[in-house]
Ligand binder design. Structure first.
Ligand code: ZN
Ligand code: ZN
Length: 913
């Protein structure tokens, strides 16, 4: 405490001195208040135009196209994660001198936005059909514009350094033209067709859904065993079904061709109960004879598997549902019934007629609309499709030959499996919000005219009586073009030539198929080149119990509220700390607090450095001869720079951040700054100022991509005190990212790590013996290299609060009876305070157990053939070294325990009052 007070006083004196001399120089306020800093700094960056890259054909650009957030509301933590990771990459590359483009945008999000607007209308007692298409679109535009504004503002608050001059909305004129152009070209190549297929129909949203827009939920239902009487009167065939009401749409009963039970029945006919429509019994090897009764009812219009069976056997299609999922005239007496009511009424009838053999409980997965939760109805209907197989082939190749790399690697297999089994993509949606399909139907000749621009008349017969297709395209159709449509395609623009292919596509693993796969297909199809080099898939943010965040559970953290409370840098820290590719991220308020604490720690260290700068600082060059702690901190910093660059290169953002955090907090702030205080107080030469300044300035550049606001704020204040330098940029965000020199000082690192360990062990011993922190205690240190320890006398005395301190040769130990003895590597520290021997024995016992456990682990590792054959030689060597060190430590502990007398430990410990 006394030390600290003295420091504060020194600081205050210097502050007064500096204010007298130069009024211009800026002090740091006592506490870091992000709310007063962030907006000002963001405006400064924006006004300077730093976010817009300069096209320079001598350089290779770094490009990220932002996954456009949906205009369905505000940003959530997932967006905050995306924005932070992309900003880290962009800022890092920008600081490395590359033209860095991070292109922002927003997505009209077809069905999702339409559902939101429909809900708003419902709240006013209105419906979409009631207000009409034009009015509805106006409402949707109003809502979308409002959301876009919010989304842009929220990104700004996160510190996102994206190029707002290139901000794009999927419904803007240019991307819309790209959409129409793609449609027309694919249509002309025969890769877009209109056809009857089974699609997922949402009876509430009244639209088709892609497979990916359907969520499968486990539902407890039943297996109903229903007898279908033979038409010839000779008995019946029993089928098992979970949906008896679909029997009205049956067009066959299928059995396995080799199923002996049914061989004689193949080709005969059964009658559908209730309506008595006859249907054939067919043989198809797709039928699993072990499932149910081995006889399968075939309902082609309402089951995708049955649809395929029906295509193979040329069966008719019988659709039994209206678009709201009520039954149509095919259901005979049940026409007009809702699908669920129909089942309720049908089962008793079957039972009465003796056709319901039995009912078994059965749970199975049922598709639900991902937007509104309504049970989806598989439905055969006329839709527009993309024939994806020819598009998937080059997209598979691009991954297989390594032109595109997916991180983490395990998703490559998932991607390939999906692409190799890809099904045609239903792209038409019966919605009003989106890109209207560029097809005009002719009322005269019935032929479609497919063009980018509105045609004057039918391309086939010239008739002006044409009307545009009312459906819009799946929202992912425009998303699939995003990396090239945002850069100007189909025009040959400078942006497209310079920035395409882009560098990284960073997104959540949950939209690998929805989006990433389709961008690869469409990118290659439209431009002939891959859309991006790397796919980085981040995990999903969950709460601290690893549960999904949801409004219903009430565990949602709102990013803007988090910024208000903790600051943007703290939020960025919280979402990325510990993150690794593809792994979900648990997030709790404690992580936000940790981020804020880190910001405060850095702020305080910076304040200390700035306050101690001499009033007329002329030179911050390092002197030729540096004390060991200076060489240590510079060597460690260089190592951290090296590691950080390597980790960023490997997309290990969480680890890179951890590396900087550990250095700044655990080495620079906790040790180097404390050591520097001693030198400043006692005016020991050389001054630590040049090293403090250099380490601080370099660390700010290193940390900037992760925590841009606080680093810029401190950096601006710091450099205002430094001698003018023409080469210094106006902003930290365009300063050079640190590069490692790889000049290390192993001797300084080893020596300082010993000093730190000595201080730490004395502090621990003091804490365990509950010694008043302000009290100085006597200490003796026995070391084989006495002079090395001697040079750190001041540091050990001050930081461990020991006095008097005797530094003696090893082997001179005497009079240790009753003293606390600490063993630090080959150094013996004796604290002759009235030792609590029991406490020491206990501590040694604990240490012994820990070391023994470590030895067991290391031995197991070093005898594991898999480890020995796979690990690089330096890693194995390092493990061997650890084992030798641990064995030496164990020997020392045992020696000391022998001095103390093992046997008494427990008894004495228990016997104490
Ligand atoms: Zn729906
Ligand atoms: Zn025509």
């Amino acid at each position: 405490m006394r030390e600290m007070r003295r420091n504060l006083q020194t600081g205050r004196e210097q502050k007064n001195a500096s204010m007298r001399e130069t009024a211009q120089r800026e002090e740091l306020p006592k506490a870091y208040e992000p709310g007063q800093v962030e907006e000002r700094i963001y405006r400064f960056w924006l006004e300077k135009g730093y976010f817009t890259p300069r096209i320079d054909h001598n350089k290779k650009p770094f490009v990220i196209i932002m996954p456009p957030p949906n205009v369905t509301g505000e940003l959530h933590l997932g967006h905050a994660l995306t924005a932070t990771l992309e900003d880290i990459m962009t800022r890092w590359h920008r600081m490395k001198g590359e033209p860095a483009l991070w292109l922002p945008g927003t997505d009209h999000a077809g069905i999702a936005t339409q559902v939101v607007v429909e809900r708003q209308l419902a709240a006013e007692g209105l419906t979409r059909h009631g207000v009409g298409r034009e009015k509805f679109e106006q409402r949707a535009w109003q809502w979308a514009n409002k959301c876009r504004k919010t989304i842009i503002e929220q990104h700004k608050r996160m510190g996102a350094s994206c190029d707002w001059t290139r901000d794009t909305f999927t419904l803007d004129e240019k991307p819309s033209r790209a959409v129409a152009t793609t449609f027309v070209r694919l249509y002309e190549k025969g890769l877009i067709y209109r056809g009857e297929r089974i699609i997922n129909w949402c009876p509430r949203c009244q639209t088709a859904l892609s497979d990916l827009e359907v969520e499968h939920k486990e539902v407890t239902g039943h297996f109903y065993y229903i007898k279908y009487p033979m038409v010839d009167g000779a008995g019946h065939v029993t089928v098992a079904t979970t949906r008896p009401e679909t029997m009205f749409g049956d067009t066959a009963v299928a059995v396995h061709p080799e199923d002996k039970r049914y061989t004689s029945l193949i080709g005969k006919r059964v009658a559908i109960p209730v309506i008595n429509r006859p249907i054939p019994i067919i043989a198809d090897s797709a039928v699993d004879p072990t499932s149910g009764t081995g006889a399968l009812k075939i309902t082609p219009c309402h089951d995708p598997v049955d649809f395929e069976v029906s295509q193979r056997h040329h069966l008719p299609l019988v659709n039994i549902f209206n678009s709201d999922a009520s039954l149509n005239k095919e259901a005979g007496p049940y026409e007009g019934f809702d699908r669920f009511e129909c089942r309720k009424a049908l089962l008793p009838q079957l039972e009465r007629e003796g056709l319901l053999l039995k009912t078994e409980p059965h749970s199975h997965a049922v598709g639900h609309c991902a937007r509104c939760g309504t049970m989806v109805e598989p439905w055969a209907s006329k839709q527009w499709f993309v024939n994806t197989k020819p598009l998937a082939e080059p997209a598979i190749k691009a991954i297989k030959d390594g032109r595109i790399v997916i991180i983490p690697e395990q998703f490559t297999k998932v991607y390939l499996h999906w692409m190799e089994n890809i099904r045609d993509w239903c792209i038409s949606r019966q919605l009003w919000w989106g890109h209207r399909i560029p097809v005009w139907h002719c009322q005269e000749c019935g032929q479609p005219t497919v063009t980018v621009d509105q045609p004057q008349g039918c391309a086939h017969c010239g008739s002006p009586r044409i009307y545009q297709e009312s459906d819009v395209l799946d929202t992912w159709f425009s998303s699939a073009l995003w990396p090239h449509s945002t850069l100007g395609w189909p025009d040959d623009t400078e942006d497209l030539r310079f920035f395409y292919p882009t560098t990284v596509m960073e997104t959540g693993y949950d939209i690998l198929f929805f989006w990433v796969a389709r961008m690869i297909m469409m990118g290659i199809e439209n431009t002939g080149d891959i859309p991006f080099r790397w796919v980085y898939l981040h995990g999903l943010i969950r709460d601290e119990k690893r549960e999904k965040m949801s409004k219903i559970k009430g565990n949602v953290i709102n990013p803007v509220a988090a910024i208000d409370e903790y600051g943007a840098d703290a939020l960025r820290f919280a979402v990325t700390a510990g993150t690794s590719p593809g792994n979900d991220i648990p997030l709790a308020a404690t992580k936000l607090e940790a981020g804020r604490n880190f910001a405060n720690k850095l702020w305080n260290a910076a304040r200390f450095v700035i306050r101690n700068l001499p009033p007329s600082l002329e030179d911050v060059a390092l002197p030729g001869e540096l004390p060991v702690e200076d060489r240590w901190v510079l060597s460690r910093l260089d190592q951290v720079i090296d590691r950080t660059n390597q980790l960023l290169e490997d997309f290990q953002f969480g680890q890179a951040e951890g590396e900087i955090y550990d250095f700044l907090w655990g080495e620079f702030c906790d040790w180097y700054v404390e050591l520097a205080k001693i030198r400043l107080n006692k005016q020991i030469s050389p001054s630590p100022i040049p090293v403090l300044v250099q380490t601080m300035e370099t660390s700010l550049r290193l940390l900037h991509p992760f925590m841009p606001f606080i680093t810029e704020e401190i950096w601006q204040k710091l450099v205002s005190h430094l001698p003018a330098d023409k080469a210094r940029p106006d902003s930290l965000m365009i300063a050079a990212y640190p590069a490692a020199t790889k000049l290390r000082d192993a001797q300084a690192e080893e020596e300082m790590s010993l000093v730190i360990d000595i201080v730490r062990s004395i502090r621990n011993a003091r804490a365990q013996s509950k010694i008043d922190p302000s009290r100085r205690i006597e200490a003796r240190i026995h070391a084989s290299n006495k002079s090395a320890i001697e040079s750190h006398r001041q540091a050990i005395e001050t930081l461990a609060r020991v006095q008097p301190l005797a530094i003696l040769d090893a082997g001179q130990e005497k009079g240790d009876e009753g003293a606390v003895v600490l063993l630090v590597k080959d150094v013996r520290v004796v604290l002759p305070m009235t030792a609590d021997l029991d406490a020491e024995r206990q501590r040694l016992e604990n240490d012994k157990q820990a070391v023994e456990a470590r030895i067991v682990g290391l031995k197991a590792r070093l005898s594991d053939d898999a480890f020995l054959s796979k690990a690089p030689a330096p890693v194995v060597e390092k493990e061997r070294g650890k084992l030798l060190d641990s064995q030496a430590t164990l020997e020392k502990i045992e020696q000391r325990l022998a001095e103390l007398g093992y046997s008494q430990v427990t008894e004495q410990g228990l016997g104490k009052p």
